[in-house]
Structure formats: C-alpha cells, structure tokens
Design a protein around this ligand. Structure first.
Ligand code: AHR
Length: 539
C-alpha cells in the first residue's frame, strides 16, 4: 500500500463529517485545526435539552418536594434545583416520559391534589403515582426555569381525543371547553407549547407496535395536535416517536408514511420531526456496568460506544435524506446518555446512578457529534435531569443535599455553543487511533462554534486518554485571536465523582498549561479531561 492510499484509507476508516474530520499524520504534534471564518449551520440551543420523567426520584424528591417540605421550595418546586438549572440556560424540558407518557392520562393531574385519582407507575418500580405533579405544576416549573416545554402525549393507552384536548387545554386562549377548564383550574392565559411528542418508543413500552402500524397512528394523532386559536406565536412542532439505536427501517417507515402529505396547518407532513433514542453502556442490557467501578478497558469501551451516537445520527439522517433532501424534517435525539446498573442498595426500578469523569466525556463526545450534524438535528434531550440515569443533579433522599455532577459542568462549559454557528474542526493526530470493539477511537474529540457578530468563538476539547496528558496545537485560522480563557474539567481518577461530602471533586477550573504558538495556542490537556477554550476574535 502506498503512503497516500494508506492515509486515504485511514481517513475513511475514521470517517469525516459535515463540519469536521479526524486524520492521522506521521509525526509532528497533535493539532486541532479550526477555520474561524467559515461559519456553518446554527447549533440549535435545543440540542442542550433535558428530560424529566415520572421515574424514581426525578419528579418527586428531585424537582418537586411539595409546599410543606423543609427543603426551600416555590409552590413545591425545589428552589436550589431551579437555580442550578437556570444557570445552565436549559432550553427545553421533556415531560412526563418516556415510557410513563404512554400510561399517563393528563386529566388525572388537574384540580385539588387530594382529589386527584391515583395510578400505578408500572414501568418504574410499580409504585403508586398520586398525580400531585400534573400539567399546572409542570408548566409552573418550566416558567420558573425559563425554558420551553416539550410535552409528550400518550398514544399507547390514550386516545386521539385525549391528546387533542390536552393541546387545546394548554394552548388555547378563547372560551373553548378545554380553555375554560384550564381557567377553572386557575390559569387564565394559555401557555406556549412549541414541542409535542406523539407517543414514546411505540416499538416497546409505548405499545409494542410494528413500524407501519405506528406510522399510521402517528399520521392520525398528529392531525389532531393542531395549532390552536390562530396565534402564530403558539406553534406546535409535532414529533413522531422514532427508532432505537440502528433501527433505520423504523425511520424509513415514518418518512415514507409522511411523504407528500400536507400537515394540518399547511406544513410539510403531519409531523415535523422524528425522534431517536440511544443509550451508552459498557455491558449488555442485563449487566450494564457499574457507574463508579470500571477498568480502563471499560472506560475506552464506553467512550467508543459514545462515539457511536454520532454515527447513528448520521445514518438516520441519511435515511431521511432519501425522502427529505432539503432537511425540512428535523431529527430529535430525545433520549441519550449513560445507563449503568443502579447504585447498590437503591430501587432497581428507580434508575439512580452516580456520575463520574467518564460520564462527562460521554456528554462531551455527544455534543461534538451533535454540533457536526446541526443541519439535521434540531433537538436532543439527555436522560434525565435529576436523580435518574445521566443526571445533572443528584439529591440525597435523607438530607436533601444537592450535588452537581460532572455532566452538569460539561453542559455549563458548553453553554456558549447554544445558537452559535458550527465551525469545521479537524483533529490531526500523529498516532494510530486505538481500536476498541471494532471501532477506531482517536484520543482527542473536538468541536467548535463561532458568533461572528459578537466576535467570540468556543472550542471544546476532550482528552479521552485515561492515563496520559496530551499536548496539542490549537491551530486557529481565518480570524485573529485577541484573547482567550481556558477552563478544564477533570478529577483525580477516571471514576472521580461528586458527593455531598466532596461536591467539587470534579469541577471546572482555569487551565494554566497553555502557551502562545505561531499558529494559535499550545495546550496541554490533562489525562481524562474536558477543556473549553473561549476566544475573543479580532477583525
Ligand atoms: O429514560 C428511561 C427510559 O428509557 C424511558 O422511559 C424510555 O423511553 C426509555 O426506554
């Protein structure tokens, strides 16, 4: 093999994406090359979205403690949780599920709490749900957070009328029956609901349906999720429930079923977006791996599996391209993140897990991929915000103490990417990528964005090497750089995590190991670390 065909095959093995690539050069320093003057698609702020399900201690004990709690609260909603999430500028919150959504009957969550009917939360711990957190409480929460609601409707055990009435209840201003019912329950003005999900995982917990059967229902239900009352500012994007992992046939069924159809309000198709779900774990479903006790091999396996998320986005998008080459239909990655075995001693149905430096890098790898596919991906929601799966926040069930996780800090450090323009970012490494589980895993992951008008850019850099620091040249092209601020997130080990006793074991800190370089900056990234470089740009 000639050297040029060798480098061609390496490039194709590593893959190139719309706004970036990873390459290998023989010798020389590691480089991350950023074209600051070539802004690409806008990175929707909604790629930094969240998800709160009636599951374990996410809603009850996490967000909602009730007015009588000793924990400081606003109408029952934890004040410290609201403050922590406001600092993240979370753009949207999906609710009430997940699997719970297809068991949920929204009218049970209205009126005086003591009169609300109870139900069994069959998916999550088989516990009794008292419906004390319902529509009004959720909309109160999103208003406190300053975020957009993404309400997920019930297809699996609900009706078309029930879904249609929920949208009317939420969004209609006049004296229609549901708007009047809302007023009786104390809310005069309608709420804006920009996103509405048509069921969840219909291939599984949402109804065990075949793709064609769900696609027919998605068309039908979407027809009745109408924009209400003629207020153009209150437009609902309908999101059809999409595939798990690499079920591209599911995506194709939904695209095929929607082609050549006008939506109820003249839009392209009955639904304007399709979702997908993919979780990262280091073992099989029956034994997903421990959140805090893992080998280096499991570290690399996990990070390699996290890189698969980008491949899945690209491949679902390619399937969609066949029917929608102009990318009018959005892809919504509304469940992603790590899924570990629950913390020992906790309810297996509550999905409570710790969160380490490894989780932080799983998040940063996902975001790098999301930024590269900002032209198709319109929303993403990590699962889930508080006390469930890859959470931002963990609360102690006994003391109520709140801890911010390493993943929280990645979201905070990346906040500047929201609504910025993606930049082509090329990672050039002198060594062969590590082969993990049949995939190539380069030890550096990166992405960048720019705000040309404001003269700022943000570069994200992850060093996936468990043991070795990595010096790289940040090769900044196309604009002059007049200032920089570099922040690093790491811990004493790959499994470092935050607890009430040590809440800042993994916390952002200024990175000192940085020097000017003729091409930009030379930076030494600590082992197992995440770094952001905020740049001030000249003309
Ligand atoms: O996030 C936990 C669960 O994972 C959701 O309820 C479901 O949609 C998925 O299977």
């Amino acid at each position: 093999m000639t050297s040029s065909s060798l480098s061609r095959s390496l490039v194709s093995a590593l893959g190139t994406a719309a706004t970036g690539s990873t390459r290998r050069t023989a010798g020389g320093p590691a480089r991350v090359v950023v074209d600051l003057d070539l802004p690409g698609p806008t990175i929707s702020r909604h790629l930094y979205g969240h998800f709160a399900e009636h599951l374990g201690r996410c809603i009850y004990g996490g967000f909602f403690v009730g007015e009588d709690s000793e924990i400081p609260n606003i109408r029952g909603i934890r004040r410290d949780v609201v403050e922590a999430l406001r600092a993240l500028q979370i753009p949207n919150l999906r609710w009430p599920g997940g699997c719970f959504a297809d068991d949920y009957h929204w009218k049970d969550g209205l009126g005086p709490r003591e009169d609300r009917p109870r139900m069994v939360n069959s998916h999550w711990g088989d516990v009794v749900e008292d419906n004390s957190f319902g529509t009004h409480e959720f909309m109160d929460l999103v208003e406190l957070l300053g975020t957009a609601p993404y309400v997920n409707g019930n297809v699996g055990s609900g009706t078309v009328a029930e879904m249609s009435e929920w949208v009317e209840y939420l969004t209609r201003a006049d004296d229609s029956p549901m708007a009047s019912l809302r007023r009786e329950n104390g809310r005069d003005e309608p709420w804006a609901v920009p996103f509405f999900g048509i069921g969840n995982e219909p291939w599984g917990c949402g109804g065990t349906m075949r793709a064609e059967d769900y696609a027919a229902l998605a068309r039908q239900y979407s027809t009745y999720v109408r924009d209400q009352g003629g207020d153009p500012g209150n437009h609902v994007t309908r999101i059809a429930a999409g595939a798990s992992d690499d079920d591209f046939a599911w995506t194709e069924s939904l695209m095929r079923a929607a082609q050549n159809l006008e939506g109820a309000d003249g839009e392209s198709g009955p639904y304007q977006a399709i979702s997908m779900h993919y979780y990262t774990m280091s073992g099989p479903w029956a034994d997903k791996g421990s959140a805090t006790e893992f080998t280096d091999q499991e570290w690399y396996l996990t990070l390699s599996r996290a890189t698969r998320a980008e491949e899945l986005v690209a491949r679902h998008s390619t399937v969609m391209d066949q029917y929608d080459p102009h990318r009018k239909v959005g892809l919504v990655f509304d469940e992603w993140g790590t899924w570990w075995n629950v913390e020992p001693g906790t309810n297996p149905g509550f999905l409570y897990q710790q969160n380490t430096v490894r989780d932080a890098l799983v998040a940063s790898i996902h975001f790098d991929g999301f930024h590269r596919h900002a032209d198709r991906l319109i929303m993403a929601n990590i699962a889930q915000t508080v006390n469930v799966l890859q959470a931002m926040i963990l609360t102690d069930p006994d003391t109520g103490a709140l801890v911010l996780t390493p993943t929280y800090h990645v979201f905070a450090m990346n906040a500047g990417h929201q609504d910025a323009s993606a930049l082509a970012t090329h990672v050039v490494l002198p060594e062969q990528p590590r082969e993990v589980d049949g995939r190539s895993l380069p030890m550096i992951s990166a992405s960048a964005s720019v705000r040309p008008q404001e003269g700022t850019a943000l570069v994200s850099l992850s060093n996936l090497d468990a043991d070795a620091p990595r010096t790289l040249v940040l090769d900044l092209r196309g604009r002059t750089v007049t200032g920089h601020r570099v922040t690093v997130l790491t811990g004493a080990s790959t499994a470092a995590h935050n607890t009430p006793e040590d809440p800042r074991a993994v916390a952002p800190a200024p990175l000192e190991d940085i020097r000017d370089h003729e091409r930009g900056l030379e930076i030494t990234l600590p082992a197992h670390s995440y770094t952001t470089v905020e740049l001030q740009l000249g003309e």
